[in-house]
Design a protein around this ligand. Structure first.
Ligand code: FES
Length: 289
């Protein structure tokens, strides 16, 4: 007897999302048999994330158009504005950071780690491991429908994320650049000018190192390098990929750490540049003569 072909998968998601599998957690928002303070980590993470994200939005999108505050001072460019793209035909209310910020913003918003974190502290979906969810989550389409289906763009945002990262390294070189009579000339190690080591340069360097670690520890990058291979030892190229995959795996184990430290330093680097520009602080710098 001829066997029937399997039913075709529907091409469009059903209008009513399927009920969520029941799982093993207790039912009811916050219900759990856990005795640990499971809520402490999401509460702390949600607070830090909200403070940093709100500040970065205000600084990157609103501050300069509203108050005309510079984002560059003494050779230090705020990482939110790097690479600096100034298009003369854009209106004054349009912050140049918008032209580039969508890349790191999209990269972070779709990051596998941040998804876990903000699904917990913003959506309580779930609030924690083995902790009950609100009943509103009984039916869900989450990453099968808009807007969360856009999470699948993460690997493409990873490729794009290396563009601003490249320019951030150039900014670091410029931050340690040459001074001539107290004026930064942005051409390090040239002529009679002297390179300088300032606190702002150290902060930009630290921020860029952490952002590099965050990008290189990405789960998608690890899969890109080491995934879809059946035999790691068959060819020289595959052995090289295996070695690289091992290095990325070492970084990937601490992806959460890279995620939080780089978010905090990017915020602090911008605060530092803004405060320096406003004259609130001075930059302790050592000029090498
Ligand atoms: Fe976090 Fe890719 S998984 S940046």
């Amino acid at each position: 007897m001829a066997t029937l072909p399997p039913p075709a998968r529907p091409l469009v998601a059903p209008k009513v999302p399927p009920p969520k599998p029941r799982g093993t957690a207790a039912r009811g928002f916050g219900a759990t048999s856990r005795t640990t303070r499971w809520w402490a980590a999401p509460a702390l993470q949600g607070t830090v994330f909200t403070i940093c994200a709100t500040y970065l939005f205000i600084s990157g999108v609103l501050l300069t158009p509203l108050f005309n505050t510079p984002y560059e001072v003494d050779g230090y460019l705020s990482p939110l504005f790097s690479p600096l793209i100034v298009l003369p035909f854009l209106p004054a209310w349009f912050s140049p950071a918008i032209l580039i910020l969508w890349i790191p913003l999209g990269f972070r918003a779709t990051c596998y780690y941040y998804r876990k974190a903000y699904y917990r502290f913003y959506f309580a979906d779930p609030p924690g491991c083995a902790v009950g969810e609100p009943t509103i989550h009984r039916r869900f389409a989450l990453e099968n429908a808009l807007p969360f289906i856009l999470q699948n763009l993460h690997r493409y945002l990873l490729y794009l994320a290396f563009i601003p990262l490249f320019f951030l390294w150039i900014d670091v070189i410029q931050a340690f650049g040459a001074w001539d009579g107290g004026t930064p000339i942005h051409t390090p190690f040239q002529g009679t000018a002297h390179p300088q080591i300032g606190l702002g340069g150290v902060l930009l360097l630290l921020n860029t190192v952490l952002l590099t670690g965050y990008s290189l520890s990405c789960h998608s990058l690890r899969h890109l390098v080491g995934g879809r291979i059946d035999c790691f030892s068959c060819t020289r190229a595959r052995r090289a990929r295996y070695t690289l995959w091992q290095r990325l795996t070492d970084l990937n184990r601490n992806h959460m750490w890279w995620a939080w430290t780089s978010l905090i330093t990017v915020t602090l680097a911008d605060v530092y540049v803004r405060a320096l520009q406003a004259g609130v602080i001075v930059d302790p710098a050592w000029v090498i003569r």
